[in-house]
Design a protein around this ligand. Sequence first.
Ligand code: URA
Length: 212
Amino acid sequence: MRVHVADHPLIAHKLTYLRDKRTDSPTFRRLAEELVTLLAYEATREVRTEPFEIETPVAPTTGIKLSTPKPLVVPILRAGLGMLEGMVRLLPSAEVGFLGMQRNEETLEAITYANRLPDDLKGRQCYVLDPMLATGGTLAMTIRYLVERGADDITAVTLLAAPEGIKHLEEEISDLNVPVQLVTGAVDERLNEHGYIVPGLGDAGDRLYGLV
Ligand code: URA
């Protein structure tokens, strides 16, 4: 797995306000959206394109357009939804599929509690959105699920990641034969005993949507 930490002053600036516990939910949502658009710019560097003939008012020329099948953006419910607008702002022609995944803490098996994805993902480039790469469990399950259905190129986009989570994710998907990339705003210090990223930003779902 390739890990790209998108360090840019604007990203660090927005992350600082996202981390600040005084930032309210409406501001948090707006900042998360802006931050994702910046991350999306990095994440789509290798989006597939094909040549496209056009004519300018002056002369014919060859440009590019996104290839088909179009990329698939997959926000992981619930907190990944807060990243969707920021991502599709840059990729308006992408398709969007939804996935809700949870781990059964006793059997450790993946439970898919919501699935609105095409059945056949053959040849699809997928962008998975999940704000916090903490233990890496959900992201690993999601990536495996997409690859089993034919996806052949996966980019995970997260606001923050924990070193332990990156390591665990790398181990969990090491047998997959497709390129996987992680684009994140920052890699923090560690996970605490409750599975929160330190210093992190708290519970991303609660910060986005308030406590429900
Ligand atoms: N999920 C969150 O929302 N925050 C963390 O710090 C870890 C997992």
